[in-house]
Design a protein around this ligand. Structure first.
Ligand SMILES: *[C@@H]1O[C@H](CO)[C@@H](O)[C@H](O)[C@H]1NC(C)=O
Ligand SMILES: *[C@@H]1O[C@H](CO)[C@@H](O)[C@H](O)[C@H]1NC(C)=O
Ligand SMILES: *[C@@H]1O[C@H](CO)[C@@H](O)[C@H](O)[C@H]1NC(C)=O
Ligand SMILES: *[C@@H]1O[C@H](CO)[C@@H](O)[C@H](O)[C@H]1NC(C)=O
Length: 370
């Protein structure tokens, strides 16, 4: 009896060892309902709708008839991958690494190998390289960054046919926030640039006042800058913010100008760091409790409002809504850009409140213009 039990346990022990060996070394098991959903997406769609997903499960409420790529900046979620594939959308990794490590070619190769293996083991369709680091023109890091993008693209395209390699650039190509990159070579080396057309008040040189996160005229002008560099319009995806800034006002003039505390950034005396980033869902609730209601700034073509907090402090909130986003989306079609996307997909109100639902639908639809 006893001997029999021991041998059964032994058998189980051996079986477990073999199974775990097979699982970790042999092949990655497809977590989807059907094996087919683990196949990487190869089709190219004319118009990109590029979504940054930072985690949680609101992705279930995205408008999947338009989404083409989801960059997963949260924890890897196999259910999201399976679902995106069922809709023909790509799911891509986040790639971020200190550039000082990437000057060494062996280190670059090691990093790229690790990323491509991770993407393959998770059945993913590419990588979004998000290096938001200061780089000096012509420095070793400057060249390392260009090489990193080029080599990553070569390896991903070879190892995962049809995969997409994208690179995130700031709203301006003019060394903004000390990011002097070789934009032209980087654009040529990858599939697309996601232009982060937001945080445009990171360096305030004029009056220290609250202003729009992504004013329409300035945003549009900066696409002209990218296009003037002769970067192919089909490489540019316009990034719009689904968040705004809440500034405490030192002073609110009769004309509605809100002076903000001086918080320097990159040599500029003031910056948007004086405010707090707030999601559209929060902004819509706060708008209901505002003193001013929704106001529209003609010059910046952006909505804003003022409110008083519980302590009596006055705030000014600047944000984007369907009207300002439509104005930007118009340029995507007029200039023939590759598409549009947002930071980030999760920050709308996806509850079943009917007012919220309508606002959320309108924000998605604004991406395609008016
Ligand atoms: C999703 O987007 C499509 C356009 O691609 C639009 O026609 C449709 O109405 C949207 N769906 C919802 C639920 O808003
Ligand atoms: C290579 O990368 C590692 C981190 O992965 C870092 O510690 C090391 O300093 C790097 N080496 C060089 C020469 O950059
Ligand atoms: C507030 O604004 C008024 C003008 O509207 C100005 O005279 C005053 O100095 C300002 N106060 C502060 C603290 O900035
Ligand atoms: C704002 O207030 C209106 C009217 O009271 C209400 O119907 C709506 O749900 C509120 N919206 C939000 C986002 O709280």
């Amino acid at each position: 009896m006893i001997r029999h039990r021991i041998s059964t346990e032994m058998l189980w022990f051996v079986l477990c060892l073999v199974t775990s060996y097979l699982c970790s070394n042999w092949a990655d098991v497809c977590p989807c309902e059907s094996q087919e959903l683990c196949h990487q997406i190869r089709d190219e769609r004319d118009f990109e709708v590029f979504v940054f997903d930072v985690g949680g499960d609101t992705w279930k409420s995205y408008n999947w008839s338009m989404v083409t790529t989801v960059a997963t900046f949260g924890k890897y979620d196999a259910a999201l991958m399976c679902y995106a594939h069922s809709k023909g959308a790509r799911v891509v990794l986040k790639g971020d690494v200190p550039l000082s490590f990437m000057v060494d070619p062996d280190n670059r190769t090691a990093w790229i190998t690790e990323k491509v293996n991770l993407a393959k083991s998770q059945f993913m369709d590419g990588i979004n390289i998000d290096i938001e680091q200061a780089v000096e023109d012509g420095s070793p890091q400057y060249h390392a960054l260009t090489a990193l993008v080029k080599e990553t693209t070569e390896v991903f395209h070879r190892e995962i046919p049809g995969s997409q390699v994208s690179f995130d650039v700031a709203w301006s190509s003019n060394c903004i926030d000390k990011r002097c990159y070789d934009y032209v070579a980087i654009a040529e080396s990858c599939d697309l640039l996601f232009v982060m057309s937001y945080d445009e008040q990171s360096q305030i040189w004029g009056d220290c006042i609250a202003m729009a996160n992504a004013p329409v005229p300035q945003t549009l002008n900066d696409y002209s800058q990218y296009l003037d560099l002769e970067i192919d319009s089909k490489k540019l995806v316009m990034g719009v913010p689904w968040y705004g800034y809440d500034y405490p006002c030192l002073n609110l003039t009769q004309g509605g100008v809100c002076s903000i505390p001086e918080v320097p950034f990159c040599d500029a005396p003031c910056s948007d760091a004086a405010g707090k980033q707030k999601p559209y869902s929060w902004i819509m609730k706060q708008l209901n409790n505002s003193m001013s209601g929704r106001l529209w700034d003609e010059q910046q073509q952006a909505p804003y409002f003022n409110y008083k907090d519980k302590k009596g402090q006055i705030h000014q909130v600047w944000y984007d809504d369907p009207e300002s986003i439509c104005a930007k989306a118009g340029l995507v079609s007029s200039k023939g850009l590759r598409g549009i996307g947002m930071w980030d997909g999760n920050i709308l109100d996806y509850s079943d409140d009917p007012v919220a639902q309508q606002q959320t639908t309108m924000m998605w639809n604004a991406l395609l213009g008016c």
